[in-house]
Design a binder for this molecule. Structure first.
Ligand code: ATP
Length: 386
């Protein structure tokens, strides 16, 4: 699927502006972005429901907006965010509605294997036991699986999903995305709007960040889910780590702070530095740290918070580059903090709140690193807090 330079306005307001997106076979693309960014509008445009003011959507070469409705529905299926069923159709009948694009009043035999698709979709979505139940008499989560099964029965190369996990318990969120992933692994293509960034990062091959109707960033989850993206696209402060089980980005939203972007340099390393970085970043400071040993815990803490770390190789003296860079940060920073160990967490908190001074707290865990930087600075800025 190729969406090229899509612009859409609704009610006289520009909603999408120059959005392009490609989805290859065997690829799940996640649409992420703040509320009101335009994700649903984009999905509706990709589905052919909304005609763009400019731009095209092609599936295997066919312009989706130029196709007749049944032909378009044989290429793309939609799992909507919600659907209210006002008639008490049986679950099986709702799923069978997915076969509509293959049926013809004049040639009813055209969809000879329709029933097989419907039964397979029911089974895959664990709905076989509910197949005869009225759709008005099942739970909200089960109804979402019915919408997914209907899309499966439609048997299209492209599936568009709008918040497929919303309202599902944690078990069914995973089962639903595992199911979607299974379809992708069979060679289908899908685009899914997913609010949960960690789930999106775990299941999608690529993420497209939509913000204010534009593509803010696009790429593999590890490249897209960054502190900078969270700040710029979502206006959110977050720590980004690595999920220890899945190895994909983990997102911890932090309390929002509107503080100035004063530069704080955390000099040297140690366990205390790990605890310092997060409150500083949370308070809105531009934080740098180092020198830290490459691959150490404090380096990882800096990485996940998107704080630039000056690194020095393990098992060796602090190298000249690291020494120079750290010295530069120490000269430029509004505050230089040399952390003590964890018992001084209270002191660190106080320092973070008074960042307009240069304060150095003695006793860095790694005396060698402190000595190296102090030396590079000619000892000039090293002062005692009291
Ligand atoms: N029919 C419409 N007429 C005018 N504006 C609309 C219409 N439909 C949606 N909008 C506006 O378009 C913008 C994008 O809405 P959309 O539903 O695409 O966002 P979204 O990213 O899916 O949001 P959410 O995450 O909250 O579901 C919103 O500001 C919304 O108010």
């Amino acid at each position: 699927m190729d969406a090229n330079d899509l612009s859409v306005s609704l009610g006289g307001t520009d909603i999408l502006d120059g959005v392009s997106l490609t989805v290859e076979s065997g690829e799940l693309v996640g649409l992420v972005g703040p509320n009101g960014a335009g994700k649903t509008t984009l999905l509706r445009t990709l589905a052919g429901y909304l005609t763009p003011d400019a731009g095209t959507v092609r599936i295997d070469g066919d312009d989706i907006h130029a196709l007749a409705s049944k032909a378009a529905s044989r290429r793309v299926a939609v799992v909507p965010q919600s659907s209210s069923f006002s008639f008490d159709f049986a679950v099986r009948d709702v799923v069978a509605m997915g076969r509509h694009p293959y049926r013809s009043r004049v040639r009813p035999a055209d969809d000879a294997d329709g029933a097989t698709h419907v039964e397979a979709a029911l089974e895959r979505c664990e709905l076989t036991n509910l197949a005869d139940r009225p759709v008005t008499a099942i739970s909200g989560g089960e109804r979402r699986r019915v919408l997914l099964a209907r899309a499966l029965a439609q048997d299209t190369p492209v599936t568009l999903l709008d918040e497929p996990t919303a309202g599902l318990d944690v078990n069914h969120q995973i089962r639903t995305l595992d199911l979607v992933r299974g379809l992708i692994n069979e060679g289908r293509r899908a685009v899914a709007a997913i609010h949960d960034l960690a789930l999106a990062a775990r299941y999608c091959d690529r993420l497209v960040v939509i913000s204010d109707g534009r593509v803010h960033a696009a790429g593999p989850p590890g490249e897209v889910v960054t502190r900078a993206t969270l700040r710029d696209a979502f206006d959110a402060t977050a720590a980004i780590g690595t999920d220890p089980v899945t190895g994909t980005p983990a997102v911890t939203p932090l309390t929002h702070a509107d503080d100035a972007d004063a530069h704080t340099h955390v000099l040297g390393a140690g366990d205390a530095a790990v605890g310092l970085l997060e409150p500083l970043a949370e308070a809105g400071y531009h934080v740098t740290v180092g020198p830290v040993v490459a691959g150490s815990m404090d380096h990882e803490a800096a990485r996940r918070l998107d704080c630039h770390a000056v690194t020095t190789p393990p098992f060796g003296p602090v190298d000249d580059d690291a020494r120079e860079q750290a010295a530069g940060y120490c000269r430029d920073a509004d505050v230089v903090i040399v952390p003590t160990d964890a018992r001084d967490a209270g002191v660190n908190e106080r320092l973070a709140a008074t960042a307009d001074e240069t304060v150095v707290v003695e006793e860095v865990e790694s005396a060698a690193i402190r000595a190296a930087v102090t030396d590079a600075l000619g000892g000039a800025t090293v002062t005692s807090p009291d």
